[in-house]
Design a protein. Structure first.
Length: 584
């Protein structure tokens, strides 16, 4: 956006959101990186996105519009086609006699404005809005499309049923299945399922054959939701179509199969990781959606803050050692590592990865996928990577003793190693390594930081505020040290220095037009364990994970539960959501 730089900086200082020293430092960094000052301020957490947009609107002399709670008339919304709205972040929200008011994230996008003007034949009045408002409005497109998707699915499913039942009753061979999979109704149904899942921001699609029907479910923000019910006869043809897309064997129905394919939707490349498993009523298909070329994540955006954030940044400045992320499947471990790689990805650094699978494609990073069926495993791949002269190595997962030993040796011999491990807590990673026969003296020589994490659902913009009762406080106090957490909240200026639990607000979800359950997207809760000299001494003495965690807490580590309640006070999530996820 073409904004007068000095005027922008002056208003930022006058608003009290940031001081002059911070502005100068951020401005210098923006010039060096050749990016907008506002982007740097957002990355560093100096300013909230809503505040930034409002200031930009003020400096540009444009009205700022908040659309988060506004239900837009379907006819007005449809004046701008959904692909244009999504690609250019422009939505119509108010129609006047001779003009159309549109909300935008970038009012300098003259091409989008000109397109809309020609399409509607009205004067276009641009208004600046924020990302949350834009996401909320784009969701309204999805809701209007949902009915259309349902109509397509039901109509084409009837056609599929007629085709699949029109045979002679004999089992279909590979040629028959291929013909069925390429039939237009089947193609339409599968394309619609994939597009609908992408628009709903689903992370997984489950297609589950039952006795008399096929159930399709989407995992959205970590929770499974029924999406639609299809006729039983549609199951085989849909599975066959997915097998064709994934280059899998059509006539193999007795063994599990894994594959992958990608689609281009409105200019965004989405990769689907496919797993097909034989079950009692047929074959169950699960597809994981992976959006390619994902970048722009920041550690702050993932939910890191305070001391833990500083410790991760310190670890990234080391030339040797190991940064570990731990947690169950689907807890965001890989996303955290990719974000760290993005920080490390500079022209003077050679980065190589060995993954299963390659989830996001990143520029200037050499990414390799393991292929166990031909003997190309994490351990064999890691041996080759070390000979490729890398500065930074990412190992997708440490699963066995050999991989653990090779990763430790790589960290000892002049490489910074990033990897993931399946443990429930940060301290639990150390006994897990010892179980894999890694010597304690090697661990203390290499481990820098261990991050344990989970994902919790974020509250939508509309939410209910409340204060905990004395009984509720007492119950929460059974799970964590409330005094310690209060000190941390004050230290990071989340609550007032004189604040007390009696006047600290928490939040509950509230159903709204833009969010059926009161939640929207997810955020990480973390514990960051820095391997200090005292922790190293405990490891050498063979201390338990409980003893290591107790020492880390004495040294200022915030546990995942504490971080979750911390984010509950911030209004990002709820106490119930944190307890649900941490207790899993």
């Amino acid at each position: 956006m073409l904004i007068n730089k000095s005027q922008f900086e002056k208003y930022l200082i006058d608003s009290g959101l940031i001081n002059e020293k911070e502005i100068k430092a951020a401005s210098k960094e923006a010039e060096e990186k050749k990016v907008e000052l506002g982007d740097i301020l957002l990355q560093q957490g100096h300013i909230a996105e809503d505040d930034l947009r409002k200031i930009q609107a003020y400096v540009l002399g444009l009205p700022f519009i908040d659309l988060k709670d506004l239900k837009i008339d379907t006819d007005i919304l449809a004046m701008i086609p959904e692909p244009i709205a999504r690609n250019h972040n422009i939505v119509a929200f108010k129609k006047n006699a001779d003009s159309l008011e549109v909300a935008m994230l970038d009012t300098d996008d003259l091409g989008a404005i000109d397109f809309v003007k020609k399409k509607v034949g009205l004067k276009i009045l641009p208004r600046l809005t924020d990302t949350a408002s834009m996401k909320s409005t784009l969701l309204q497109y999805q809701k209007s499309l949902k009915a259309d998707f349902g109509d397509i699915i039901q109509k084409e499913s009837v056609t599929i049923k007629a085709i699949s039942e029109g045979g002679d009753g004999k089992p279909m061979n590979e040629a028959d299945l291929k013909k069925l999979a390429d039939d237009l109704p089947v193609v339409r149904v599968v394309d619609t399922l994939l597009k609908h899942a992408a628009l709903q921001n689903a992370s997984d699609i489950h297609i589950e054959p039952q006795e008399n029907e096929v159930v399709v479910r989407y995992r959205i923000d970590g929770m499974l939701h029924d999406a639609m019910i299809l006729p039983k006869s549609a199951g085989d043809s849909i599975t066959a179509r997915i097998k064709v897309l994934s280059n899998l064997k059509l006539d193999e129905k007795r063994l599990p199969q894994d594959g992958r394919f990608k689609i281009d939707m409105n200019g965004e490349k989405i990769s689907f990781r496919v797993s097909i498993l034989p079950i009692y009523y047929g074959e169950k298909t699960v597809m994981r959606l992976l959006r390619e070329n994902v970048s722009g994540f920041t550690l702050e955006g993932l939910g890191f803050h305070g001391r833990g954030l500083e410790q991760i940044h310190e670890a990234t400045k080391l030339s040797t050692g190991m940064i570990l992320t731990t947690g169950p499947t689907g807890s965001g471990k890989t996303t955290t590592l990719y974000t760290v790689l993005d920080i490390l990805n500079t022209p003077d650094v050679n980065i190589s990865t060995i993954e299963d699978p390659v989830e996001y494609q990143m520029k200037r990073i050499n990414q390799t996928q393991v292929k166990p069926d031909i003997g190309f495993t994490f351990s064999s791949g890691l041996r080759s990577l070390v000979r490729q002269d890398p500065d930074v190595i990412m190992v997708g997962e440490i699963r066995d003793t050999e991989t653990a030993s090779l990763a430790i040796n790589a960290a000892l011999t002049g490489h910074l190693v990033l990897s993931t491990l399946h443990t429930n807590s940060a301290a639990g990673a150390i006994p897990r390594f010892i179980d894999m026969h890694v010597e304690p003296f090697l661990l203390v020589s290499t481990l820098s930081v261990i991050v344990a994490q989970r994902l919790v659902r974020k509250l939508a913009a509309e939410k209910e505020k409340y204060i905990l009762s004395k009984d509720e406080l007492a119950e929460l106090g059974k799970h964590l040290d409330l005094d310690n957490l209060l000190d941390l909240l004050k230290k990071e200026k989340i609550v007032d220095a004189k604040g007390d639990w009696d006047n600290i607000s928490f939040y509950k979800p509230k159903k709204s037009a833009s969010s059926e359950d009161g939640y929207a997207s997810r955020v990480g809760i973390h514990e960051v364990l820095k391997v200090t000299p005292t922790i190293k001494d405990l490891v050498m003495k063979g201390a338990t994970s409980d003893a290591i965690e107790a020492q880390a807490k004495k040294e200022g580590m915030m546990t995942m539960l504490e971080d979750g309640i911390f984010k509950s006070v911030q209004g990002l999530t709820t106490i119930e959501e944190v307890l649900r996820v941490v207790s899993e």
